[in-house]
Design a binder for this molecule. Structure first.
Ligand SMILES: [Zn+2]
Length: 216
């Protein structure tokens, strides 16, 4: 996930006020390819970012529509995958990344909903419970350049998963953290934000994607 607009326009409401205050717009890229946003990055960071984005599968790649398989081997290959995904997400200035986005069909995701937080990794994540409170906010996606669409998500979720060592973990997440986790779990099921927005926004998004990805 490439982030949401809140840090800049404050017009959407997918997170608690606390986390809005903690977000630094210069550190959290909110839109993959917005030229205004690019200006916030120094040339070195911008170069790192485009290098990282080159490794992220883009819309049209069938892997993004493929359901990822549960992980049953917690070995060095897995920890390498997790480390590399964390690095890519950081370099790409994203707030979340699913393994499918780098062409690995494993149920693994990394995220960082707060700029100062360490990268969190979830293996085999499952939403055990979603609160009934829903919120709509704009989301971007590292796999969908130039796209920001409104997506309705549960504000509170409880997620169980394993860490990269195979140990069980449970997370209660709210606001942006809950949104990012739901966005990345969607990726593991081959679901994109295009599938979760209105018809008219999907239509505009497709137009933007055709322009950005140059497939006519
Ligand atoms: Zn995404």
């Amino acid at each position: 996930m490439s982030g949401t607009r809140e840090p800049r326009i404050g017009a959407v409401s997918d997170q608690t006020q606390t986390s809005v205050d903690e977000l630094d717009p210069d550190q959290i890229e909110v839109d993959d390819t917005d030229p205004d946003e690019e200006e916030h990055l120094d040339p070195e960071a911008a170069a790192r970012r485009s290098e990282a984005l080159a490794h992220v599968r883009k819309f049209g790649d069938p892997v993004l529509r493929t359901k990822a398989r549960p992980v049953d081997r917690f070995d060095e290959t897995l920890s390498d995958e997790v480390r590399r995904m964390g690095e890519l997400m950081t370099d790409a200035v994203g707030v979340g990344l699913a393994a499918t986005q780098v062409g690995i069909l494993h149920r693994v995701l990394v995220y960082r909903a707060q700029p100062q937080a360490p990268v969190a990794a979830l293996v085999n994540p499952v939403v055990e419970w979603s609160g009934s409170e829903l919120e709509t906010a704009e989301e971007g996606c590292l796999s969908l350049p130039d796209v920001l669409v409104e997506v309705e998500r549960a504000v509170h979720v409880r997620v169980t998963a394993q860490n990269e060592l195979g140990e069980p973990i449970a997370i209660e997440a709210s606001g942006l953290e809950a949104r990012v986790i739901q966005h990345e779990i969607d990726h593991l099921d081959g679901v994109l934000i295009l599938d979760r927005t209105s018809r008219s926004q999907r239509k505009d998004a497709m137009k933007a994607l055709r322009a950005a990805l140059g497939d006519g």
